[in-house]
Design a protein around this ligand. Structure first.
Ligand SMILES: [Zn+2]
Length: 317
């Protein structure tokens, strides 16, 4: 079976901007982890394209995160428009279904980090109008909304206001990169399903970017999902497809019908992918491995497509 793929996180916008962050690579065909020619061979495709920003951009590239945010957004919008025969920006889960039925791919706009718009909850309404449907509170830095998995520290009052405003609008809150304190602060106040768009199991690979079993159960209880990340650092020693399956099967032990597990490859956002996984064209190999390890087609369909669409249906109408 050629499963459709719904992936919650990639940094392809940044990859297309190139080394100097001012180029114009092609989404249709490129040497990165994701392009549309390869995606069109899958049984369907919906991709969340992140606009990633951090205050670190000033130090790394002497570039303001606001300028970077604008360039990433412009790149995604231009590339989707240029390839409108294959893909379009989806503003609702209904549009993703419609595109899928018409043999077309879907792009969903997401935010990784809030530095690109000054962490301002009042701007969320404008971002929603542009099409953003998933947002995280920060990246690896501590900011005025929250601490990160690297700094520790929970949500501030402005962080709480940010979560409330996002959920009021129907934007999904993403907890990947957050501190554990920040995670539990969100769990205490959430009024909607919450996702970890690109995080793995800390029981299998003990790093702060991954989530504990209790965190996974808490996400399940909100009706949310966790997207599996292909970055070797978050998969663990001897990171191959079998090790990737170890994470997914561990989540299945906690979620026997596989209703809260999804994909969030971190493609084009990490330098080293799982051995045997070279880009989105490798998703069928992961599916085959999961079949070999005893998952049913129904469960894989949930992980690869249904669960991501389901959480969007519960959050963004
Ligand atoms: Zn990330």
């Amino acid at each position: 079976m050629n499963f459709p793929v719904f992936d919650f996180h990639c940094d392809t916008a940044l990859a297309l901007l190139g080394e100097d962050l001012n180029q114009a690579g092609s989404l249709r065909r490129n040497q990165f982890h994701i392009d549309l020619e390869r995606a069109s061979k899958l049984g369907g495709y919906a991709q969340c394209f992140a606009c990633f920003t951090t205050p670190m951009m000033e130090q790394w590239h002497n570039l303001s995160p606001i300028v970077l945010f604008e360039r990433e957004l412009a790149t995604i919008q231009r590339e989707i428009e240029k390839n409108r025969d294959l893909i379009s920006i989806a503003y609702s889960p209904k549009e993703i279904r419609k595109n899928q039925n018409a043999g077309k791919m879907s792009a969903i706009l997401t935010l990784e980090g809030t530095a690109g718009f000054g962490h301002d909850p009042e701007l969320l309404e404008d971002l929603y109008a542009i099409g953003f449907r998933i947002v995280s509170l920060g990246w690896n830095e501590k900011n005025i909304l929250t601490g990160s998995h690297m700094t520790g520290g929970g949500l501030t009052d402005q962080g709480r206001a940010f979560v409330s405003e996002a959920q009021r609008l129907g934007i999904i809150v993403d907890v990947s990169h957050l501190s554990d304190e920040g995670f539990w602060d969100i769990m205490d106040m959430t009024q909607a399903p919450v996702i970890a768009s690109h995080s793995n199991s800390r029981a299998i690979c003990d790093v702060s970017r991954n989530i504990t079993d209790d965190m996974f159960k808490a996400i399940c209880a909100t009706g949310g999902v966790v997207g599996f990340n292909q970055y070797t650092k978050f998969v663990g020693e001897k990171a191959d497809l079998d090790k990737a399956c170890d994470h997914l099967l561990h989540f299945v032990e906690l979620d026997p019908d596989a209703k809260h597990i999804a994909l969030g490859g971190d493609l084009d956002g990490c330098d080293e992918l799982v051995d045997g996984f070279d880009g989105l064209q490798s998703y069928p190999l992961l599916a085959q491995k999961l079949l070999d390890r005893g998952l049913t087609e129904r469960m894989i369909m949930n992980i690869f497509w249904n669960n991501a669409l389901g959480v969007m249906e519960r959050c963004c109408m």
